[in-house]
Design a binder for this molecule. Structure first.
Ligand SMILES: [Mg+2]
Length: 325
């Protein structure tokens, strides 16, 4: 007997449009998958692509899944559909193992809290600490660099000593600006009286890996790749080109979870796991991968994305969400 395949596309509105380098993101669209085998075992999966990270569109994912008919025969999913690989493979894994029954949301200590860009971060940081976060992420490259570095210096003085800060430039800096930031970061990181800057994330565009490797060798503060490594294939490519800094990985768009785990076991890369604004279904599967593949001690999870939508889906279980749609 085969495995029954059912699909439900969804669309959710962000409570506040998310500001991205490609303009405001208003609606998160995706596809939920439900598999059920002849024993009545159920597995849920989610396809949650991010088009500007090079993922397939929801329409492409839907077309592939619909072409399977009502039965899933565990065909290989083409590499051009990484978010679909994640969705179908994680649904199969849940069906086979039923390992999400004892699932628990990580504590806020284990999750990186998000700060707004600009000076507002100074007002919001104490709130994030009160919520239990110990690692915070701040978008940079939004305001003039001298203002932002001034606020950074205020921020690290205001934060507790054990705080960790991630600076995310989304590939938006010039080489000269990246150096200016790294000088400022090193000045903070060599001062034992200040909080730590964990890394500078994606300072330059994805096609400038050689330059980022040189920056990584030239300064004490670590550099993380994010936009450069959307998929497992890109992770492997950067690894083969000698990148040994941090990788930010969004399992929901990275492709096959099995291939991601194999890459981790083989190379022991410095991975930081991150959300792709998926629903509870993709979130559970992505966090399960993070739990298996994070280096020890595990860096904070980039999953501070609860409560960003104008709905109450974050309070539902996978089965409840499936029924709701
Ligand atoms: Mg990033």
């Amino acid at each position: 007997m085969g495995v029954e395949l059912a699909l439900k596309p969804y669309r959710r509105r962000f409570a506040q449009p998310l500001q991205t380098a490609h303009g405001p993101w208003m609606w998160r669209e995706g596809l939920l998958i439900r598999l059920e085998d002849s024993l009545g075992r159920v597995g849920y999966g989610e396809v949650a692509p991010i088009p500007w990270f090079g993922s397939e569109s929801v329409a492409e994912a839907l077309a592939f899944c619909q072409a399977q008919g009502s039965e899933w025969r565990s065909h290989p999913v083409p590499a051009e559909l990484p978010a679909t690989q994640f969705g179908l493979e994680s649904a199969m894994a849940e069906l086979a193992a039923e390992n999400f029954d004892i699932w628990q949301e990580p504590s806020s200590t284990a999750i990186c809290g998000l700060l707004p860009a600009g000076e507002r971060a100074l007002a919001i940081a104490p709130q994030r600490f009160a919520q239990g976060h110990r690692t915070l992420k701040w978008k940079i490259g939004v305001h003039p660099i001298t203002d932002e570095i001034h606020w950074l210096n205020q921020l690290v003085q205001a934060l507790p000593l054990d705080a960790r800060l991630r600076l995310d430039a989304n590939g938006g800096l010039s080489s000269a600006q990246a150096k200016q930031w790294l000088v400022a970061c090193d000045r903070v990181n060599t001062n034992p009286q200040l909080a730590t800057i964990e890394y500078l994330e994606q300072p330059l565009p994805p096609d400038q890996l050689t330059e980022m490797t040189a920056l990584g060798n030239g300064y004490q503060t670590a550099i993380a790749l994010d936009e450069s490594v959307a998929t497992v294939a890109q992770l492997e490519n950067c690894w083969d080109q000698g990148w040994r800094g941090v990788f930010v990985v969004k399992p929901a768009i990275a492709g096959s979870p099995q291939e991601l785990e194999a890459f981790c076991q083989k190379n022991l890369p410095r991975l930081v796991f991150s959300s792709a604004f998926e629903t509870v279904i993709g979130r559970r599967a992505a966090l399960a991968i993070a739990a298996r593949c994070s280096p020890a001690p595990a860096p904070a999870l980039g999953f501070g994305t609860q409560g960003w939508f104008a709905d109450n889906w974050d309070t539902l279980t996978p089965a409840e969400l499936w029924e709701r749609l």
